[in-house]
Structure formats: C-alpha cells, structure tokens
Design a binder for this molecule. Sequence first.
Ligand code: AMP
Length: 218
Amino acid sequence: MNLIFLGPPGAGKGTQAQLLEQREGIPQVSTGDILRTAMAAETPLGQQARQYVDQGELVPDDVMIAIIEDRLNQPDARRGFVLDGFPRTLRQARALDRVLAATGRRIDLVLYFDVADDVIVRRLTGRRVCRQTSHIYHVESSPPRRPGRCDIDGSELYQRDDDQEETVRRRLEVYHRETEPLVEFYRRRGLFEPVRNGDIESVHRRLVEILKTRAGSR
Ligand code: AMP
C-alpha cells in the first residue's frame, strides 16, 4: 500500500513508520532522515538543507519534490511505502500525485496523527536518536536499556538540533500554517483516516487493523 503519515512533528509518525517497516516490511520513506543523512555527509544537498532544517523552516518545495521523485522510483518503493514527513505543503501534495501517476500509482490512504502542541513540545525535547540506525528513543517514555546508547547497535544517541524547545515551537508554527491545510485536501478525497493517540504498541495495533480493513475492502 502507498501510505502517507500526516501530523505535526513529534506525533509519532517516525516511530510508527519504523515499526511498520520492521514488522510488515513496508519501506519507510522519511524526508527528514534523507536530509539528515545528507547533512551528516556534507553533500551539496546537505549543505543547502542545513540552513532551513536547523531553523525549523521548510526546505524549498522544488528540492523536496526532486528528492521524493527519485526515492519513490527506486525498486523497493514500487511495492508500497510509508511517507513520513512528505508532503508538507499543498504544492508538494500535488507534485506527489503527478510523480505517482507517471508510473500508474496513487496514494491509498492518509493516516493522520493528531497530537496537542504542549504534548509535542514535551516529546520532542526528550527525544534522542541513534546516529547510525536513526532509531528513536525518549528519555522518559521510551529510554534505551543503556543510557545514551542505541539498543540495536550500541551507537551513540544524540539530540537533534531542531529538537531544542525554541526550534520545536517554530516547527509547530510552520506545521499549522503550511501542512495542516493538507488535512482538508485529503479528507475531501476520502483518503483520510485519523489514528487515535496512545502508547506505541496500541497505536501500532490500530494501524495494522486499519490497513487490514482497507486492504480487504479494495
Ligand atoms: P522531520 O524529521 O520530518 O521532522 O524533518 C526535519 C526537518 O527537515 C524539517 O523541520 C524540515 O526542515 C525538513 N524537511 C523534512 N521533510 C520536509 C518536506 N517535505 N518539506 C520541507 N522540509 C522538509
């Protein structure tokens, strides 16, 4: 299935997309991870993106659309994907339709993760990420077994620069202004499915149920 995870930063999209990839084999396509990898490697894309990402601003649409076109045309994504962090603007959403239509594909479902701003601020400022695997932890709600080290490969965990409180608030402003209009865009097309908030495992179970129901009715 071709899925979009829509919702504010810190709503759990990345965590749930990672679980779906591990357990159901649907590849996670995270534009944030793609940009962070490019930034760490200091490629031309990474250097261009850094000024936006570190400020909590959106990277220009043209750059993001080129990235996603390339990624969705790779063989693993031909069999289905979870888009995590894309689209973030109406222009990106329309471009996504065009990119998919060019290869006879379309979006099957948009799963919406709605979480209040104050919860997000708490979650993101406590988030820690593995440098190697991008696996996500939280200092309180989902701590690693060994402090500061990834459970999967023992690599160092770090706090993203854009998870500092001031930048989180900026990202939320940008989300409400640029990305929230996509809720109506997809609702009108009947693709929209809200996912009730909860702990990681119960949200995962709900997602799997929704996907099974939808797959069965296609
Ligand atoms: P995320 O990991 O999804 O929170 O993304 C981290 C940052 O990467 C965002 O705050 C943006 O600066 C940038 N970014 C990721 N995806 C997009 C996108 N689709 N459009 C524009 N900027 C993006």
